[in-house]
Design a protein around this ligand. Structure first.
Ligand SMILES: Nc1ncnc2c1ncn2[C@@H]1O[C@H](COP(=O)(O)OP(=O)(O)OP(=O)(O)O)[C@@H](O)[C@H]1O
Ligand SMILES: [Mg+2]
Length: 411
């Protein structure tokens, strides 16, 4: 019954990236309206009402939020709707942790780079391009290998590492095809280990929480995360420098409140901010933080979006494990028929959760983007190595039964 719920929350997205937040909202006394264009989105199981609309359809979202007024709008796990949530909240006059100006900065890789440059936040050297000639000149001056990416996409869409001039044309085509604006960046490749800084800001005070190693796939799946591992294997000084850079990045974008997810690679001259997202991470990072440090990032994000006061103690990290990780699952290409072994995987010591992203009938391609991943295992252990080993054992239990249908011949 709707009347029994004290407050109404609009959640943009009901996919794998929003599962944790939606489950946390479900556990509270909230009426949850979830938006996703995919009627089979797994997060809908936690919603009181589902709206089958795109998370990018600002008009429809605003209509939904006004027709039956909501107390908060949140976009966990994916970038583009972060700015929509901020703007709609502003127009509705309801509390929101991030101003629409900051949200806009955070959802444009270019605006973000410009702001970082103005504020002295360490980042890769870059050039803005919209044509082949510009890109060729930029790549020549930055040197190979370099990285191409649209300014307004995420999930590795249109993202390519370019090893040599001969490969530039295809990368430009890909970046332009994916770019909403026709604009893309050519960046210096920062070659070194990568960390993610998960943090939460309260009234301008940045609280760093889990700093995790991002284990990534190789090209053609460049940049796709295969695991997030806590604690980081880097030395404390480097971790500290990464936290400082993430904090400076949040300040540069004017983030006063709420969660941030900052990706950094450690180059020869220190950490370089790849990108800051003004939201919870999309790879079960909040659940990893709870398992590692006992800090409920999902709960904090809910409090921030509803304008609730956040007590200091909610942010105090108390280690719950020596190591923790999220390990993503990858299925063989083909149409998914069945998944076996999930119970066995859940029974492996230290495994907290096994999540499956797709239902039978889904067609998996070769791993190229984050969205090609099939699920994830969350595990803890006495050390990071033990957590990883346990997650590995659990992953081996899960068998994705996929079928490649004979391709119709066109000859
Ligand atoms: N200039 C760079 N130097 C080194 N690695 C990079 C660079 N740009 C991107 N990467 C790699 O690609 C990953 C994704 O990059 P980025 O965040 O820019 O793209 P995205 O499409 O937003 O992906 P995601 O959704 O994972 O954030 C990074 O985490 C990093 O591993
Ligand atoms: Mg990114």
């Amino acid at each position: 019954m709707e009347g029994n719920h004290s407050r109404r929350l609009l959640v943009l997205g009901a996919g794998p990236a929003q599962l944790g937040l939606l489950a946390a909202a479900r556990r509270r006394d909230l009426f949850v309206i979830a938006v996703d264009r995919d009627p089979a989105a797994p997060g809908f199981q936690y919603a009181d009402r589902r709206a089958i609309i795109s998370v990018e359809d600002e008009q429809a979202i605003e209509h939904l939020a006004t027709a039956d007024p909501v107390d908060g709008v949140i976009a966990p796990g994916i970038d583009w709707p972060v700015a929509i949530a901020a703007r709609v909240s502003e127009r509705l006059g309801i509390p929101h942790p991030v101003s629409s100006e900051s949200a806009l900065l955070a959802t444009s890789k270019l605006r973000q780079r410009e702001r970082f440059a103005a504020s002295g936040v360490p980042q890769p050297r870059y050039d803005v391009c919209s044509s082949e000639a510009e890109a060729a000149a930029a790549a020549d001056s930055l040197g190979y290998p370099c990285v191409l990416k649209p300014i307004d996409r995420q999930g590795q869409r249109g993202l390519t590492i370019v090893e040599e001039p001969e490969a530039l044309g295809a990368a430009i085509e890909d970046a332009l095809r994916e770019s909403r604006s026709g604009v893309f960046l050519v960046e210096e490749l920062v070659d070194g280990p990568e960390v993610t800084v998960n943090a939460f800001t309260v009234q301008g005070r940045f609280h760093p929480l889990t700093v995790t190693d991002r284990v990534v796939a190789s090209p053609p799946a460049f940049g796709v995360a295969l695991a997030h591992v806590w604690r980081s294997s880097l030395d404390p000084q480097t971790v500290g420098a990464a936290v400082e850079a993430a904090s400076a990045a949040a300040e540069a974008l004017g983030i006063e409140d709420g969660p941030t997810y900052t990706q950094l690679r450690i180059g020869r001259e220190g950490p370089r901010v790849g990108e800051l997202a003004a939201r919870l991470g999309g790879g079960h990072d909040a659940e990893l933080c709870a398992a590692a440090l006992g800090v409920d990032l999902n709960g904090l994000a809910l409090a921030a979006v509803l304008g609730d006061e956040i007590p200091e103690r909610a942010l105090v990290p108390i280690e719950r494990a020596g190591g923790a990780c999220v390990r993503f699952l990858v299925a063989p290409p083909g149409e998914l028929r069945d998944v076996e072994g999930v119970e066995d995987a859940c029974a492996v010591e230290g495994v907290l959760d096994v999540r499956l992203y797709r239902r039978a009938g889904h067609r998996f391609g070769e791993l190229r983007h984050g969205s090609d991943r099939a699920g994830a295992v969350i595990a803890v252990g006495a050390t990071r190595e033990e957590a990883l080993a346990r997650a590995g054992r659990a992953a081996e239990c899960v068998r994705f039964d996929t079928v490649v249908e004979a391709l119709a011949s066109h000859t």
